[in-house]
Design a binder for this molecule. Structure first.
Ligand code: ZN
Length: 694
């Protein structure tokens, strides 16, 4: 069960992770060519004159042959990926801007004495990150208590207590989420965990993967050596072997998307029957969950089989495993040798990044992840005009109306299912900009010279906050992204769509842009998030967020046939140059692809409705529909390093940007009309082969 949230871009928002990177610098100060200066008859769009950066097009390409290159060709030709990035594109430019905005804010607050106690903590956390001299001087000392605890493990009972601790690794992990059987209450979830790389990196055959595995084993040795292990080579071999044994027991990312198979409510007794070699009372107690009687188990066989390794693998290996993961998880908070080793493996080798990001940028990310609401409140005050919120609310309403119109007329859906779909649509809860209530950090201890402890305190504070809520009703006001995050998400359990302030900027949304561009940009993103309520997973949750199949068999059969065709379209893309074997996984990316297709269709309908029967004006030679489709391709303008692309294809439910920018419109008749695309064009699909879902 993954009763989490589904975002537009990188992945699911998991229990401890708001792991979406935020970077810095806006168009004005990067090397990327900025859009042509707009005529001074302000107010004008930020990109080009009407919202599309037309100077970056390649007009020598036929739109029907390669629409993505037609819109973005010159940008793709001329834009290198910065040395400190694994990918670069529209999202990243905006993330750079967010990062700079937060940095300026932080510096303003550092300069003026802090009266607000939360802002004082935010500033102290950032200062503790920037104080490299103190980090070096303290050396490994902050990690010492954890290393001592691991070293003191004498028997299996000791091990049980350690693997229950929230900061330690294990073949399973705990999360706290609303219960899909009753979304007004929280439940404890247990899911598979404990690997240092994506599962397929352990299982796939070939020289390329052998090299990743060798590099990982080296990395384990480096980290263990830094912790003082005199026999780090042999220790690393044992830890690596353990993970090689664990990996095939785990479920694939595609299988993890099975909503029903991953929802297994259990009592404590059930848990003991499932994995009898785990001392659950001790493990739960160590997690702070000592009085919990019922849990939900995700990947059942992976948890049972993974737990059995606690007996079959020697205790000494488990101790090395715990040491490695603890040091690796906290490497960025430790002296430079640790941090560098972490970068070399996780960024350079796994994602092809050439250089570490500037320290201040990483500091901004650290603050955003650990005290996001503290800085977020100041961020929206400065960067999110109330006018934008009102405009967005209007757009969201138009999109919801468009979907209602479409549901009313869908031919593949029977009436019984249609009634349920409309019920679900009626309870959609859109949230824009920032949360109604900000998180209270008053119990969190932060000091300007103890980085390691600060981050541990923040993580523990967050975990305890979640544990303490187990007895309370679900908080529907909670946000799983900070306002400065360039992303958006859908939560099936809350039936909520959430758009942080930072994504409501060009090229997604521009108050001064042509409406066609806003509909093709943020409009389609809104539609994408709404679409998650009705994708292959969303359809299993009803209007109250409960797991309930509300589809009749006949409708489901027709829906499944359409999604199968869509999966085949995406599986045909193999985007890594020179590698025709590693392709998009149509099953893993299904929900996101349905979201993109449905999102564009809804946004297009909404755009046409907004014209009130009039024809849109032609701007710079482009019709309204042309500008709409171009905006979507511009949003997905980007490129990735090959290793990053490989990582994404193996582990991520989203298809790569060049595929997302290219494929959805091939299924929309209006795109063919807008650009006069015919069977002579490479992207042409016969009308019978166009997938029509929402
Ligand atoms: Zn999505």
């Amino acid at each position: 069960m993954q009763p989490t949230t589904y975002d537009i871009f990188r992945g699911k928002v998991m229990r401890t992770s708001f792991l979406l990177a935020v970077y810095a610098v806006n168009c004005m100060i990067t090397f990327i060519p900025c859009a042509a200066a707009a005529p001074s008859t302000s107010p004008t769009a930020a990109l080009g004159t009407f919202g599309i950066d037309t100077l970056q097009m390649d007009r020598s390409i036929e739109p029907g042959d390669d629409f993505y290159r037609y819109v973005n060709g010159r940008w793709l030709e001329n834009t290198p990926i910065p040395a400190d990035k694994s990918r670069y594109g529209s999202f990243d430019v905006l993330r750079d801007k967010s990062e700079t905005d937060l940095h300026v804010l932080l510096n303003e607050h550092i300069k003026s004495p802090q009266i607000d106690p939360t802002l004082k903590k935010v500033v102290d956390l950032y200062i503790s990150w920037m104080d490299e001299a103190t980090i070096e001087k303290r050396g490994i000392e902050p990690l010492k208590p954890d290393l001592d605890r691991i070293a003191a493990v004498k028997n299996k009972a000791d091990l049980m207590e350690l693997i229950g601790s929230p900061q330690m690794s294990a073949p399973f992990g705990f999360g706290i989420q609303p219960d899909p059987a009753d979304t007004t209450r929280y439940k404890v979830f247990i899911g598979q965990a404990g690997l240092g790389m994506g599962r397929d990196y352990y299982l796939n055959k070939g020289a390329e993967y052998d090299a990743f595995r060798a590099a990982y084993q080296n990395h384990i040795a480096t980290i263990l050596q830094l912790t003082g292990d005199a026999d780090s080579r042999n220790s690393a071999a044992a830890v690596f072997e353990l993970e090689m044994t664990l990996a095939p027991l785990q479920w694939s990312p595609a299988r993890q998307r099975d909503v029903q198979a991953t929802y297994n409510p259990m009592s404590r007794e059930g848990l003991t029957q499932l994995a009898p070699n785990v001392d659950w009372p001790v493990v739960l107690e160590a997690s702070g969950l000592g009085d919990i009687q019922h849990v939900v188990v995700g990947e059942v066989s992976a948890i049972a089989d993974g737990a059995s390794l606690l007996d079959s693998v020697p205790l000494s290996t488990w101790k090395k495993y715990l040491t490695f993961h603890r040091a690796s998880d906290t490497a960025s908070l430790l002296p430079k040798d640790f941090d560098q080793a972490n970068f070399d493996f996780n960024s350079r080798i796994m994602r092809g990044v050439k250089e570490q990001r500037d320290r201040w940028k990483r500091g901004v990310t650290l603050v955003d992840r650990n005290m996001g609401d503290g800085l977020g409140k100041a961020y929206v005050k400065k960067h999110f005009p109330p006018k934008h919120k009102a405009q967005m609310e209007q757009l969201v309403n138009n999109l919801l109306t468009a979907l209602k119109t479409r549901i009313d007329t869908l031919t593949w859906m029977d009436n019984a299912t249609r009634i349920e779909a409309l019920k679900k649509l009626a309870t959609f809860d859109p949230r824009i900009g920032y949360p109604a209530t900000w998180r209270d950090y008053s119990g969190l201890i932060i000091k300007p010279n103890t980085l390691f402890e600060n981050v541990q305190n923040a993580r523990q504070f967050e975990w305890e906050r979640r544990v303490s809520r187990l007895k309370e009703p679900v908080d529907r006001d909670e946000w799983h992204m900070t306002p400065s995050t360039v992303n958006a998400y859908y939560s099936p359990l809350m039936n909520q769509i959430t758009f942080p302030a930072a994504i409501l900027q060009p090229p997604f949304f521009d108050a001064n842009a042509d409406p066609a561009v806003n509909y093709g940009g943020i409009g389609a993103v809104i539609g994408h998030e709404i679409g998650h309520g009705f994708d292959d997973q969303g359809r299993e949750f009803d209007e109250n967020g409960r797991i309930r199949n509300w589809w009749t068999p006949a409708t489901l059969k027709r829906f499944s046939a359409a999604t199968k065709e869509l999966g085949e379209q995406y599986s045909a893309y193999c985007p890594i140059p020179g590698d025709d074997k590693t392709c998009v996984n149509g099953a893993l990316t299904m929900g996101e692809n349905i979201g993109d297709l449905g999102g564009m269709q809804m946004a297009h309908t909404a755009y046409r409705v907004s014209l009130l029967g009039r024809e849109a004006p032609v701007i710079e030679g482009f019709t309204g529909d042309q500008r709409f489709f171009m905006a979507w391709a511009q949003v997905w303008r980007g490129k990735s390093r090959n290793d990053a692309l490989l990582n994404l294809l193996l582990t991520n439910p989203h298809a790569p940007e060049m595929v997302r920018g290219q494929n959805p419109q091939r299924n929309i008749d209006a795109w063919y009309e807008a650009f006069d695309v015919t069977e002579d064009d490479a992207m042409y699909l016969h009308p019978d082969s166009r997938v029509r879902i929402w």
